[in-house]
Design a protein around this ligand. Structure first.
Ligand SMILES: [Zn+2]
Ligand SMILES: [Zn+2]
Length: 136
């Protein structure tokens, strides 16, 4: 039994693997480090979470400290975040995010902007050569 309570329906959360779940609304509470770990496990790469601010629809409070959370989004998934304690996923949001795990590979995130990374250019060269091989 954990002491966490659902930010949406205030029911106690139940630990399920790496997450704490609400049986009522099927939402999931995940610590940010755990989330990064889950994404890295899926991508076998370092991941970077590009938190975006979003307009808050309804205020939710942290499952741990009950402070109002920040409304954020990650790759168009709308989330609520307590910087100290974790992130709240509504039902299905966590699986959506995990299925898009590759979007958070840290080298993919740095794609826009600098083209000055020599090893990345090298890889693109190989990919380009392969594309020619199969595409031409
Ligand atoms: Zn709930
Ligand atoms: Zn908190």
């Amino acid at each position: 039994m954990s002491d966490l309570s659902c930010p949406t329906c205030r029911k106690p959360l139940t630990q399920a693997g790496y997450t704490d779940r609400c049986k009522q609304c099927d939402g999931a509470w995940v610590h940010e480090d755990t989330l990064v770990g889950m994404l890295q496990e899926r991508t076998s790469a370092l991941v970077f979470l590009p938190w975006q601010p979003r307009t808050q629809d309804k205020e939710r409070v942290c499952a741990v400290c009950a402070a109002p959370m920040t409304a954020v989004s990650l790759a168009d998934v709308a989330l609520d975040r307590c910087a100290q304690h974790g992130v709240w996923f509504d039902a299905l949001e966590l699986s959506t995010l995990l299925s898009d795990a590759k979007l958070f590979k840290s080298d993919a995130v740095h794609d826009d902007g600098s083209d000055a990374e020599p090893d990345k250019k090298g890889r693109e060269g190989i990919l380009g050569a392969l594309a020619k091989l199969f595409g031409g």
